[in-house]
Structures are given as structure tokens and as C-alpha cells.
Design a binder for this molecule. Structure first.
Ligand code: SF4
Length: 335
């Protein structure tokens, strides 16, 4: 839905009308203006025409019901994916910021689709609105967001920052900025923008290798933003915000998972305060090109880091069988 159009459509009405409309759409989660009976029939009709609430989507639910993927149709016929992950105490949506992605990381299905276009702020908001409607029947809501879906969020800064600000508003979804994370391959301008932002949003860096040679092989963007520059920007971010950064590291067999890489990673991060970052090891989800590291290799890698006092987590494998896991998002209607 077009969040700016909603404001435009109501700009000649008294200001409380916009508040009523936002409450109806984002809190009561109506999917038809006909239900907004606080409005006159004429205004409901106008809203129906100018700000349609329908979201055309297909759903894919994993057998354990913990992961749900949506394939949302956009006004121009393109489609975008978003994933709901249901934890015992929270519901997290993995949000997309683009259709496709121009960065072509070797291990990522989205990168292999090529780049179609950036999403608008409204199209980002719609992904969360959709899952809030989905959760309504179980009396739950989305309480946290990660920008880790399709696309690089910091190559679409205007829409992403506008959507984040919107998610945070009490009259929309009221999701605290501390429950929102943006994951980037290391676009320096975006990291700097987040450093300056007044919203305490979390930062995650897709590192995936500990030296430039290995990283450039699997992430071509490293040639433009090499590791040293990315880490300098992260250091600035840490100094200014004191908020913990997550370094994500996909474990790919024979590519970046050697103990030598683990030692290089220790050296790479040695300039940062250990209490201000953690390393998240992610088992590679096969997309056809590489193989995942064995669990022994992951444990060995983890030990090298932990021995040096680095906090390490391992990401739970959500949604593999519905192609909703990390790096697997790519439009395929036939799933
Ligand atoms: S990993 Fe992220 S940045 Fe890289 S191609 Fe995939 S979506 Fe784009």
C-alpha cells in the first residue's frame, strides 16, 4: 500500500481522520475500507479507490509451521518475497528492500536473479502489514524485523530509512528501533548514515570471509568496499553508538571455513572491543553452487574464535524446505 497516498488522500480532512485511518489499517488490521465505519460512505469509497488495501500474495508454510514465506505481487506485476520466523517469544519478519539484487554474491540465489528495481517505503511496509494480518487470527503481531531479505538495504537508503521510521511510529506498528536490524554487505555510505541516525537500529555486516582475496571471490562488492574500509566505518559506528554489531559469516565448505580463515578473522576484528560485537556463523543453505561446511568444521572454526574471547552464535536453520532460508530467496512461483 502507498503510505504517502494515504496522507495525501486525507490531507483536506481534519487531522484526526488520518489517525483514525492509521489505527484502522495498522492496528486493527482491516483489509477493506468498508470496515472503517467511523468514516462516511463517500470517504470510504474514496479511500478504496485511492489507497487500496488488498495485498495479493501466495503463502508457503514450512511443515513445522515456524517459517512462512510470502510472495507478494506488486502493482507493476513484479513479485517480492518476505519471510516470517516464529520464535517462542517473538515473531520476526525478514524484509526485502529490492526485487532482485545487483550485487551478485556467489552464494546467494537473489543475486543470481539480477536486479529488477528498488522497493518503495510502502512496498517494504506492506510485507510487514501482510504478516500482521496473517498473525491476527492467533492474536499475535510482528515484533521484530531484519532487513536480510532480497536486496542490499543501503543501496535503497531513502525507502529503507523512511520505512524504518514508519515501523517505529506508535500510530503504525510501534516496533522499537532496537528490534529492527539492517544487514549490509558493507556499503560505507549507509553505515555512516546509520551512525548519524537518531533511531537506535541494529547493524549487521555480511562479512563471510576474513581476507580481501577470499571475500572478493564470493562477494564482488568487496573490490569497491574492501574489508579495511568497512571495518573503519564499523569502528566509527561503535564509537558513536556503543550498540553491538553482528558480523555474519556463512560457512561454505572449502571456501571460507578453514581454521586459517578463523585465525585471520580473529586478527581482522582485533581492533574492535569484544563486548561490542559478535560473530554469527550461518550454515550455508545450498543454492546449487557451493557445499555447506560440516558441523565439525563449524565447531572447530567456532572454537578458534571463542578461545580468543569472541562471542559466537550459530543461526538456527529456518525454512530450508520452502526456500526461505538465508541466501535462498529468489522468485519461483512453482515452489
Ligand atoms: S547476499 Fe544480499 S547483497 Fe549479496 S546478492 Fe544476495 S541479496 Fe544481494
Amino acid at each position: 500500500m502507498d503510505i504517502k497516498q494515504l496522507e495525501k488522500t486525507l490531507n483536506r480532512e481534519p487531522s484526526f481522520r488520518l489517525k483514525q485511518a492509521q489505527k484502522a489499517v495498522f492496528q486493527d488490521l482491516i483489509d477493506d475500507w468498508g470496515r472503517a465505519t467511523v468514516f462516511s460512505l463517500a470517504l470510504r469509497e474514496k479511500l478504496k479507490r485511492e489507497v487500496p488495501l488488498e495485498i495479493a500474495a501466495k503463502l508457503f508454510v514450512a511443515a513445522d509451521q515456524k517459517t512462512v514465506k510470502s510472495l507478494i505481487g506488486l502493482a507493476d506485476g513484479l513479485k517480492v518475497e518476505a519471510v516470517l520466523m516464529r520464535y517462542p517469544k517473538r515473531n520476526t519478519v525478514c524484509v526485502s528492500s529490492m526485487v532482485g539484487c545487483p550485487l551478485n554474491c556467489e552464494f546467494c540465489a537473489t543475486g543470481k536473479m539480477g536486479f529488477k528495481r528498488n522497493l518503495s517505503d510502502g512496498e517494504i511496509v506492506e510485507q510487514v502489514l501482510f504478516f500482521n494480518r496473517y498473525l491476527k487470527k492467533s492474536g499475535q503481531r510482528v515484533n521484530s524485523l531484519v532487513f536480510m531479505g532480497m536486496g542490499e538495504p543501503f543501496l535503497n537508503c531513502d525507502s529503507v530509512f523512511s520505512a524504518v521510521e514508519f515501523f517505529n511510529r506508535p500510530e503504525s506498528f510501534n516496533i522499537g528501533a532496537r528490534h529492527i536490524s539492517i544487514s549490509t554487505v558493507g556499503i560505507i555510505e549507509g553505515i555512516k548514515k546509520l551512525t548519524q541516525s537518531s533511531l537506535p537500529v541494529n547493524l549487521a555486516i555480511s562479512l563471510h570471509a576474513a581476507d580481501d582475496e577470499t571475500r572478493s571471490k564470493i562477494m564482488p562488492i568487496n573490490r569497491r568496499y574492501p574489508l579495511r574500509e568497512v571495518l573503519e566505518a564499523v569502528e566509527e559506528y561503535l564509537q558513536k553508538t556503543r550498540r553491538k554489531v553482528m558480523f555474519e559469516y556463512i560457512m561454505i565448505r572449502g571456501i571460507n571455513d578453514s581454521l586459517n580463515q578463523a585465525q585471520k578473522l580473529v586478527r581482522l576484528l582485533s581492533g574492535l572491543r569484544k563486548s561490542l560485537y559478535l560473530v554469527n556463523l550461518i550454515a550455508y543453505n545450498p543454492t546449487g553452487i557451493f557445499k555447506p561446511s560440516s558441523s565439525e568444521q563449524i565447531q572447530g572454526f567456532k572454537k578458534v574464535l571463542e578461545k580468543q574471547g569472541i562471542e559466537v552464535t550459530e543461526r538456527y536453520r529456518f525454512g530450508r524446505q520452502i526456500q526461505a532460508a538465508c541466501g535462498q530467496l529468489a522468485i519461483d512461483d512453482e515452489e
